[in-house]
Design a protein. Structure first.
Length: 292
């Protein structure tokens, strides 16, 4: 089927697995006599119906089936960061399914941030701070086809979170019982002054490295426009103190780390509703160490 996307005969197709279950994409490395490119498409054909993708669609207007929107995301990222972002080479529709062919970058997928060199984490921190220099006045998706004004941001998150609990956690007493506290904590936060580009499923497998530095940010389908604090909430679950320290040094060459004290618990609860790192028991999730 992929042959239709290429003018010259395909010599080999390798399926790339991101390293975690429930991933929404089919990703292939395709070689012809003339080129070696990545081809991406969504596995989903129906409306998103798991906690993560249903949540992303209703919170931020992200539909993983529309891989063509990656072109806009990548152009936006390239404008703001020195992290290598692959170019979207072509967009296709085959049998009603959307595909993109994407530049292949050098480097290997990071399986973990823990134990990586300080130089890798410094480059990650600096690169994400550069991305955070993008500013918007809404939460939603990067193309701007779904926008909630910042002053309505808390009530919007609350409404969708309530639906997430009812839809996916009707049998989870600890999550249901914690909702009123979440509601109170979220409501007491100030209205965000601005939003930026944040990667909701922040994880090492989104990045490539050559062992010294980050050589690519390649898995971008869950990029949203939201408060920058969201990225730090996600990062605390994939770092230890050592990685956070090196990351912080890189980040602070561009801008200071935000204060997470007031927002950490409500945003962590929201991230657990989205199962960002799987079905972790809520008490364990909320009491995870804080590194920023």
């Amino acid at each position: 089927m992929l042959q239709q996307l290429f003018a010259s005969p395909i010599l080999s197709i390798q399926t790339l697995h991101p390293g975690y279950e429930e991933h929404a994409s089919d990703v292939f490395l395709v070689k012809t006599a003339f080129e070696e490119v990545i081809v991406r498409s969504s596995k989903m054909t129906e409306e998103p119906n798991n906690d993560f993708w249903w949540g992303c669609k209703n919170l931020f207007g992200i539909d993983p089936r529309n891989v063509h929107h990656l072109e806009h995301i990548h152009e936006l990222l390239k404008k703001h960061t020195n992290l290598p972002i692959p170019t979207i080479l072509q967009k296709h529709v085959l049998n009603g399914r959307k595909f993109v062919s994407v530049e292949k970058l050098t480097g290997n997928t990071l399986q973990s941030f823990i134990g990586q060199s300080d130089s890798i984490l410094f480059s990650l921190g600096k690169g994400l701070a550069e991305i955070h220099s993008f500013q918007a006045k809404f939460i939603g998706n990067p193309p701007g086809t779904f926008q909630v004004p910042l002053e309505e941001c808390k009530s919007h998150i609350l409404k969708v979170s309530k639906e997430l609990v009812n839809r996916f956690y009707s049998n989870n007493a600890s999550i249901r019982n914690a909702f009123p506290t979440f509601e109170q904590q979220l409501s007491s936060l100030p209205v965000p002054k601005e939003s930026t580009l944040v990667l909701i499923d922040m994880d090492p497998t989104q990045f490539l490295s050559d062992g010294t530095t980050i050589t690519g940010l390649v898995d971008t389908e869950a990029y949203a426009v939201a408060p920058r604090e969201f990225d730090f909430i996600g990062l605390e679950y994939v770092f230890t103190e050592k990685e956070a320290h090196a990351f912080k040094q890189g980040y602070e060459t561009i801008m200071p780390i935000p204060n997470l004290v007031a927002c950490r618990r409500p945003y962590r609860y929201l991230y657990r509703l989205l199962s960002v790192q799987g079905s972790v028991e809520l008490g364990k999730w909320l009491s995870h160490p804080s590194y920023f």
